[in-house]
Write a protein that binds this ligand. Structure first.
Ligand code: LLP
Length: 447
């Protein structure tokens, strides 16, 4: 069995009997101890990828004499341990809600190393961010300038460090729902429409706020660095324009996240060194053109840090041949999870692969579709995959590259408890997030 190393966690190994281990843990043993479904996260791989983004960007921008901060976008997957690992590897933590902020703080990440986003932050979230002394709050509307400034008590908080999120008109990424910087959507302030400049000036007019810089996030699952370069140019031009009208040259640009990964065998992820080098070249050239200094840079990768580090481990249940309209037969393989642990196929038409990881199956491959256990025909986990024809109920099936937006978008649809996240490292397991139980769910139901 051949498992593409770009798609599977780095510590994945196939044994002689076809049984698969990750970081020295046999997935059969993991399933026996922790049950299925389970998210299995390769800790060393997470740390390596996290550090890889820091090193690639720091190295690329060092040539321009500037530094880079890498924020791990916690929306992709955040737990206390993961926030701590990311911070230990030199990343800061990007949070999108008070809940994510609470996780980062629980992990002991200093407020100064946390950013807070959100297009509709509540007063409570703003207050908590100020009290925690977050390193930056990213403003997403003109109204928010006054809302944050009014919440600042200068004697207690000092000036609140903020950025302004702008939309550059670049539309990049896999699906309309995950592309966020084109016009006519809820995020950011339009550069072309003038609201970006207006909001930046409004920030400068409030002494309670310290304008750190300008932010842009152009989309997600982006495989071509060109979009980042166009966005960087637009931000640098806006920065120069703001300096011209206000005399204030902001010190930092955040280019957001969105770096694409490989989901299917043969796909090629965006390479951190390549994107960092090309972006540094663009930033250097545009700054020279505009005769401005090179700003500090920050980025916010989520998927590219955690996505490939994790697989979802399922147990096979019903296996059923279905004759499809063209007369051929497709084998429907049902697993003990589905759209409640991975919404991405149903929501975005996302494609995944799968493999039998409990070994002992060498039947001729059949065309299979892996489906979940939910009461919905769109509950598909993997649309098309070749699986051994002698696959049986009780076999273990793993779907790789589910670390980003898998557990973080999981639901309790059909009252299915959410799976645990089990970290593996050096032959040992550690449960980061325990399995939900029916009692957890019933505990919310007040009768
Ligand atoms: N920064 C900001 C401001 C963002 O809005 C996002 C993602 C990120 C960073 C991280 O993007 P990443 O590097 O993970 O692509 N649920 C969708 C993805 C939504 C992304 C939303 N924003 C999915 O499953 O594909």
């Amino acid at each position: 069995m051949n498992l593409d190393p770009l798609v599977w966690p780095a510590g994945t190994r196939v044994g002689p009997d076809g049984a698969v281990s990750v970081a020295g843990v046999d997935l059969r043993d993991l399933a026996a101890e922790h049950g299925t479904p389970a998210y299995v996260l390769d800790e060393a791989d997470f740390r390596e990828r996290a550090r890889g983004w820091v090193v690639a960007f720091r190295d690329a921008f060092a040539g321009l004499g500037t530094d880079v901060d890498v924020y791990y976008a916690g929306k992709a997957f955040l737990s206390v341990a993961v926030a701590r690992w990311a911070h230990e590897e030199g990343l800061r933590i990007d949070t999108a809600t008070g809940g994510e902020l609470a996780v980062a703080l629980r992990a002991g990440v200093p407020g100064a190393d946390i950013g807070l986003h959100g297009n509709n932050k509540s007063d409570v979230e703003i207050g908590r961010a100020l009290d925690a002394g977050v390193g930056r709050i990213v403003i997403d509307s003109l109204q928010e300038v006054d809302r944050i400034a009014d919440a600042v008590d200068l004697a207690v908080h000092g000036r609140a460090p903020v950025m302004v999120r702008v939309t550059t008109g670049v539309h990049a990424g896999g699906h309309e729902y995950i592309s966020t910087a084109h016009e006519d959507q809820k995020f950011g302030l339009s550069v072309a429409g003038g609201q970006a400049l207006e909001t930046l000036r409004a920030v400068l007019a409030r002494p309670e706020l310290e304008l750190l810089g300008i932010h842009s996030h152009i989309g997600s699952q982006i495989l071509d660095p060109a979009g980042f370069e166009v966005a960087a140019r637009t931000l640098l031009e806006l920065r120069a324009q703001l300096a011209e009208v206000s005399g204030h040259l902001v010190g930092e640009l955040d280019l957001g996240g969105g770096y694409g990964i490989a989901y299917l065998p043969g796909e090629v992820p965006l390479d951190p060194e390549r994107v960092a080098t090309e972006l540094a070249a663009t930033v250097g050239a545009v700054c020279a053109e505009l005769a401005t200094s090179v700003p500090r840079i920050s980025i916010e990768p989520g998927r590219a840090v955690v996505g490939p580090t994790t697989l979802t481990l399922y147990t096979v249940g019903t296996v059923k041949p279905v004759t499809v309209p063209d007369g051929s037969v497709r084998t429907y393989v049902s697993v003990d999870g589905g759209m409640s642990d991975n919404l991405r196929p149903a929501l975005y038409g996302a494609r995944y692969s799968a493999a039998v990881v409990s070994g002992g199956r060498d039947g001729a491959p059949v065309t299979a579709r892996v489906v979940g256990k939910h009461c919905e025909s769109g509950d598909v986990v993997v649309h098309d995959v070749d699986l051994p024809g002698d696959l049986r109920a009780g076999d273990l099936l793993a779907v790789p590259a589910t670390g980003a937006y898998g557990r973080s978008m999981a639901s309790n649809y059909n009252h299915v408890p959410r799976p645990p996240v089990v970290a593996v490292r050096d032959g040992a397991c550690r449960v980061l997030v325990r399995r939900e139980t029916e009692d957890d769910l019933l505990g919310l139901d007040l009768g």
